[in-house]
Design a protein around this ligand. Structure first.
Ligand SMILES: Nc1ncnc2c1ncn2[C@@H]1O[C@H](COP(=O)(O)OP(=O)(O)OP(=O)(O)O)[C@@H](O)[C@H]1O
Ligand SMILES: [Mg+2]
Length: 238
């Protein structure tokens, strides 16, 4: 594996003192797409929120590019280069695409840099450029997901955390969104993707982890997991 960008070591975290993640460890190498897959309630979003700093682990540690971020808050991890695209998109519905994207760049005051990032995300998603003055709530589900990803890129992250991109999208759109993730990754961004749509996620990932009730139960290359009888039976209905 290339240089380790994110290293999560035996973290425990949860809500109101009740752990829902139990001693989870994982590593993401520079340039990888890593998928964390698992069923409803397995703890995927909790893992993402903890890495992003929206909540802190009860114990264990998280480091990003060699720096301990276990106790850091989200407004600081974003400055270090971690961007979290939350489950359910969470756009500002009454604001335009352009306004939503500008808000994604709130940590930067450098107008020129922001314009360059806009140009880059519009390069990735030309359709968003055509509709840049349309308010978010009038966009289709697929378009809204593109805006959410594009907004996540506006902070110029080196690690992009993508939570359940496929939620509520029809299969043809899921495929489009996954293609966009591959393009983003090729442009130099390391990606952690969590998904209930196990096959779709593993098809674009390099490696993966299977999470079940807050524990990693399987890990390997994406191909190993796609070929695993346990994974196929439990998550692909095969
Ligand atoms: N705000 C909260 N307060 C208390 N418990 C929570 C909270 N959010 C999640 N949980 C619990 O934590 C566990 C993991 O939930 P989490 O949302 O991380 O799962 P998930 O894998 O993202 O599920 P999904 O695929 O449905 O998004 C679940 O048992 C859930 O009920
Ligand atoms: Mg979730």
């Amino acid at each position: 594996m290339a240089d380790v960008v994110l290293k999560v070591q035996e973290i425990q975290c949860g809500y109101d003192g009740v752990p829902v993640i139990h001693d989870v460890s994982l590593e993401i190498g520079e340039g990888e797409i890593v998928a964390m897959v698992g069923a409803n309630g397995a703890g995927k979003t909790t893992m993402m929120r903890t890495i992003a700093g929206l909540m802190n682990p009860y114990r264990g540690s998280i480091s990003f590019e060699g720096r301990d971020i276990s106790r850091m808050e989200a407004h600081d991890t974003i400055k270090l280069g971690i961007s979290y695209v939350p489950e359910g998109r969470r756009l500002f519905p009454k604001l335009t695409i352009m306004e939503n994207l500008e808000l994604g760049a709130f940590i930067s005051k450098d107008r020129k840099a922001i314009d360059e990032r806009l140009e880059r995300v519009f390069g990735l998603f030309p359709k968003l450029h055509d509709r840049r003055n349309q308010v978010a709530e009038t966009l289709s589900g697929g378009e809204q997901q593109m805006v959410a990803i594009a907004r996540g890129l506006m902070s110029n992250p080196r690690l992009l955390l993508l939570d359940e991109l496929s939620l509520g999208l029809m299969p043809s759109l899921v495929e489009k969104v996954m293609e966009a993730v591959v393009a983003i990754n090729r442009s130099g961004v390391t990606v952690l993707l969590v998904e209930q749509m196990v096959q779709e996620a593993l098809e674009i990932a390099h490696r993966g982890y299977v999470i079940q009730t807050g524990r990693i139960v399987q890990q390997g290359t994406a191909r190993e997991l796609l070929n695993s009888p346990e994974v196929r039976k439990a998550y692909m209905g095969l």
